[in-house]
Ligand binder design. Structure first.
Ligand code: AHR
Length: 658
């Protein structure tokens, strides 16, 4: 095509666009309540995937601290020249300590800080200048005078922190010793050296290094920057712990909450099923130590004002893997785990599990109101097991809301079977998952418009637009993925009488240890940043409102006409009208919103915009706010807002109504 023809085409396109985007009048009826938005509406889903817990939010810096990984020395190396083969031995106590059988047995003959151990951390250890670090281990020693020298060494080989521990004779007893040290430099990938001095034997276990700036300064706690990003979202709930890790590759590797509470050295680790799950991203050093266990989970939910939503295994292992099933007659322990968890969360200390919770430092209940049975399970075998769980749980706890899975996909035979069957069972909440292309999200803003409004509610438990395809390692968190999710989410909010909850997935990913993309928040050993998808979630959650009101164009909901999507809600606490609009077109769009049913004569309001001219823009450690919300004032004249919607943008308007 020659230049002249091209120019004519361009002009025609412009004409079409101007016709297409002729000024429109949107109408909001602020006094016409359509639905109640549940306080739980926007939440987060935490799974230990992508080094989300171990190597991520759980701030432990020592990898394989108890030598319990499949390869006992994974993460460790012996330093210096040992005098005899076998000066460092990993011994196994077996039945004397089934939860934590292995430990390191060190033989020293006149050692002068010339032999030792080094730990590489999880892709190195992130160390901050001037921050205090708690080093600890448990040890056993029948000799006096063995000294243990602790060093933090930077990636450049510089000594940036040190301390020394003088051990005493403990006989046959294991003793915990903790000391602290200060770091003199910041470094992303340091490591830990432990040098020995003296004679005799020393046994070591639970070798640990924690930063002191954990969330709420809890010793052995969580990375504050990562928790803060969650807290900033003001999530309505936290779904935990999965995800496929609930199911396990087989049932022996399923998640069992009772193994995740109590003294840390008694929490028996298991392999993380993401260890080898994604062929292109094997993570052979990925185990679950459960430092972030069920007590910490409930505490985290309480800290950030989110409802807990635990997911429990339903007697079925992952159906993509072994599909192992517990026979119905063997289901009782699984059901008991569910009943016991409710007792652990809610009962007083006159009960067994209530007393356990109190003994862990939380006598008050955690007010658990919802429980998920199964993750992505399907088929009649799932329904059969669900029925048993439901009968047992509801007969003891009739008010407990149960979340059922609708399988792995949001349509197809498996989904249709479950969706129909679970609704017939009067499911409280049905969990739907959608990992689809951005086009699907844009096309599905109306998905819930025709769902039944009575009966079972929908939980969009896992969703993320895939820039490539599901489980592709090429997926990116682009502005296009985020914008398409925003368009879809207007449909979730508009149908708040159908959809009671939703959460993006997965939540966290470590740049050096991920298996699955895209992810909401990316971290390295020291920093974390929210993706554009994160800011979409945050904007929806922090501008949720409590009642849906209509926003229409020619009396129709705004579900993609001229690439525009919208939802409106009243915030009854703040007495504000909140309008969210997505412009998924390449053009600036200038329209009018007429505000009906508002009492105030406000002439100013607030506008928060998330936008980028480039659909493939992303955030990064270098530019964490490349795409981030920008706030400004808007004018309201005669109860009308003159809209100026930037190309490819999500805009949130807040206007006083009284
Ligand atoms: O979010 C990653 C995985 O996707 C979850 O573990 C699983 O439920 C889904 O298949």
């Amino acid at each position: 095509m020659n230049c002249k023809k091209l120019f004519v085409c361009y002009l025609l396109l412009q004409v079409c666009c101007s016709l297409l985007f002729a000024q429109k009048n949107f109408v909001v009826k602020a006094n016409e309540i359509k639905a109640t938005i549940q306080p739980t509406m926007w939440g987060v889903f935490f799974e230990d995937i992508n080094l989300g817990a171990d190597g991520g939010i759980y701030a432990e810096l020592v990898k394989n601290r108890s030598f319990e990984f499949k390869k006992p020395m994974m993460g460790w190396r012996v330093l210096g020249l040992t005098k005899t083969e076998g000066d460092f031995q990993v011994l196994n106590r077996q039945i004397a300590n089934t939860a934590n059988p292995r430990y390191m047995h060190v033989t020293l003959s006149n050692a002068k800080r010339d032999i030792g151990l080094t730990n590489e951390g999880f892709r190195g250890m992130g160390i901050k200048k001037d921050l205090g670090y708690d080093f600890s281990f448990i040890y056993r020693n029948k000799t006096e005078g063995i000294k243990v020298h602790i060093e933090i060494v930077s990636s450049k080989g510089t000594l940036i922190g040190k301390t020394v521990i003088e051990t005493t004779n403990t006989g046959n007893e294991w003793k915990k010793i903790t000391t602290s040290l200060n770091a003199t430099e910041t470094d992303l990938k340091s490591h830990l050296n432990i040098w020995f001095e003296g004679n005799g034997n020393i046994d070591l276990d639970m070798v640990s290094l924690f930063p002191q700036d954990t969330w709420k300064q809890r010793p052995g706690g969580m990375r504050a920057d990562m928790v803060q990003l969650l807290a900033d979202m003001k999530p309505g709930f936290i779904r935990f712990p999965g995800g496929c890790i609930v199911e396990g590759y087989d049932l022996s590797e399923r998640y069992q909450w009772k193994n995740t509470i109590g003294p840390i050295e008694e929490r028996q680790l298991i392999i993380n099923r993401w260890n080898t799950e994604i062929a292109n991203r094997p993570t052979l050093d990925y185990f679950q130590t459960f430092g972030l266990g069920f007590f910490e989970y409930f505490q985290l939910a309480e800290d950030i004002g989110a409802e807990p939503l635990p997911i429990l295994n339903c007697g079925m292992a992952c159906q993509f893997n072994s599909s192992e099933l517990v026979p119905i007659e063997g289901l009782n322990p699984y059901v008991k785990d569910a009943l016991d968890l409710i007792e652990f969360a809610n009962a007083d200390s006159s009960t067994f599990w209530g007393k356990v919770r109190a003994s862990l430092g939380h006598p008050a209940p955690f007010h658990l109101k919802m429980l998920g049975i199964g993750n992505e399970n399907w088929g009649p075998q799932y329904v059969e097991r669900l029925q048993i769980f439901t009968k047992e749980i509801k007969s003891k706890y009739p008010d407990m809301k149960l979340v059922y899975s609708s399988g792995t996909d949001a349509d197809g035979e498996r989904f249709n079977y479950l969706n129909t069957t679970l609704r017939k069972m009067n499911a409280d909440i049905i969990d739907e998952h959608y990992y689809r292309r951005p086009e699907w999200f844009l096309a599905n803003a109306k998905r819930y418009d025709n769902y039944p409004k009575d009966g079972s509610k929908v939980f969009g438990g896992e969703y993320a637009a895939q820039s490539d395809h599901t489980v592709s390692v090429n997926n990116k968190n682009t502005w296009l993925t985020a914008l398409s999710e925003a368009a879809f989410m207007t449909g979730l909010e508009r149908n708040a009488d159908v959809v009671s909850m939703a959460s993006y997935a997965p939540l966290f990913a470590h740049v050096d240890g991920w298996q699955w993309t895209p992810d909401l928040i990316w971290v390295n050993n020291l920093q974390s940043y929210g993706t554009p998808d994160y800011y979409v979630q945050k904007l929806f959650s922090t501008n949720k409102g409590s009642k849906v009101v209509p926003i229409t164009l020619n009396n129709d909901a705004v579900t993609g006409q001229d690439s525009l999507y919208a939802t409106a809600a009243i915030d009854e606490v703040e007495n504000e009208l909140i309008i969210k609009m997505v412009n998924a077109s390449v053009k600036q769009q200038s329209h009018i919103i007429s505000l009906e049913g508002i009492k105030s004569n406000a002439i100013k309001g607030k506008m928060i915009v998330l936008k980028s001219d480039h659909l493939y823009s992303m955030n990064s450690f270098e530019h964490p706010n490349n795409i981030a919300p920008q706030e400004s004032e808007i004018e309201i004249k005669g109860k009308k807002i003159a809209l100026n919607l930037s190309p490819f943008s999500l805009s949130v308007f807040r206007i006083k109504i009284k």
